[in-house]
Design a protein around this ligand. Structure first.
Ligand SMILES: CCCCC/C=C/CCC/C=C/CC(=O)SCCNC(=O)CCNC(=O)[C@H](O)C(C)(C)COP(=O)(O)OP(=O)(O)OC[C@H]1O[C@@H](n2cnc3c(N)ncnc32)[C@H](O)[C@@H]1OP(=O)(O)O
Length: 286
């Protein structure tokens, strides 16, 4: 209920902002954590500092922005990137999965599923300009895209590292990984929780291209131009043919997946693992 109300408020605020900024001449709309520019190829920028973690608010704003773009028939493609220096996205917000109650976990997971289903089955062309670290849920966002361009900076890593946190990537994360890099590579990377450097990610197929950091956005734009030259109807039908079974696999068991997540994440042993991981992140500073 609370989330539905927040969603209505955000939609309302989003459209108000949209109108005001259009009057200024810049075709863009924004909410607090997501900025969307629709001048030229549409660009969606995550801006949830310090690390673009996907908090419930961030997920909601992201989903709403995507919905608005999907409803605008003049927009055929979106570049997904980050406004936080050195970070694409740190993935799901650990604080949404730690020390909360089961109802909160269920609500959070429903919204994670929702964003994934929308991104993965989007009719639009999605290109990610990965301009920073992209672990776990950050990698998931990138994997939903049709093409991934990553900055050539060895400090940036990408991959599904859940097992390093003592948690398990859900079956639909795994399915998408298998679809992208094949069964053997996915099996190894998931068990080890591998975070790939850009060069390794390119080799294994987690990303499609690695370019110098200052060329990530221009490369993403030129990729978009190429993809936009393909007729929408044939490209969309092909994308649907490739992805539908994977998405349907979650759709048919959404409720069970929410229950699984809620009971798994509520376990004392899992909460303890998350606590230790969060402490490790804190200690890294000191
Ligand atoms: C068998 C049945 C299974 C059923 C299903 C069950 C499944 C559970 C599966 C759940 C899936 C989860 C997927 C995820 O996405 S989990 C999140 C994984 N993310 C990470 O591991 C990233 C952790 N972060 C980092 O590695 C680094 O922060 C960094 C992104 C590389 C950036 O490094 P740096 O620039 O040095 O910044 P700091 O490390 O100092 O961080 C700043 C600040 O941000 C906090 N933080 C970092 N990441 C997160 C996060 N993901 N969520 C929340 N908060 C985060 C960090 O703690 C610092 O906070 P303080 O300033 O307060 O210390």
């Amino acid at each position: 209920m609370a989330l539905a109300a927040a969603r209505r408020l955000l939609l309302h605020a989003g459209s108000r902002l949209g109108r005001r900024e259009a009057v200024d001449g810049a075709r863009r709309f924004a909410n607090k954590r997501v900025l969307v520019e629709t001048e030229g190829p549409a660009v969606m920028k995550l801006r949830n500092p310090p690390v673009n973690s996907l908090s419930l608010e961030c997920l909601t704003e992201f989903t709403i922005s995507l919905e608005k773009l999907e409803n605008d028939k003049s927009i055929r493609g979106v570049i997904l990137t980050s406004e936080c220096p050195g970070i694409f996205s740190a993935g799901l917000d650990l604080l949404e999965m730690y020390g909360r109650n089961p109802a909160h976990y269920a609500e959070y997971w429903k919204n994670v599923q929702e964003l994934w289903l929308r991104l993965y089955t989007s009719n639009m062309i999605l290109v990610s300009a990965i301009n920073g670290a992209s672990p776990a849920g950050g990698c998931l966002l990138a994997l939903c895209c049709d093409y991934r361009v990553m900055a050539d900076n060895p400090k940036y890593t990408i991959g599904l590292n859940e097992s390093l946190l003592g948690i398990v990537a859900p079956f639909w994360f795994k399915d998408m990984y298998v679809n992208t890099i094949g069964h053997r590579e996915a099996e190894r990377a998931l068990q080890l929780g591998t975070l790939f450097s850009p060069a390794e990610a390119l080799k294994v197929g987690v990303v499609d291209e690695v370019v110098p950091e200052d060329q990530v956005h221009s490369k993403a734009r030129s990729v978009m131009t190429k993809w936009l030259a393909i007729p929408d109807h044939s490209r969309q039908l092909t994308k649907n043919m490739m992805r539908k079974a994977t998405a349907d696999n979650l759709i048919k068991q959404r409720e069970a997946d929410i229950q699984n997540f809620t009971s798994f994440i509520s376990k004392d042993s899992i909460q303890k693992s998350l606590h230790m991981y969060l402490e490790k992140l804190k200690q890294k500073k000191g």
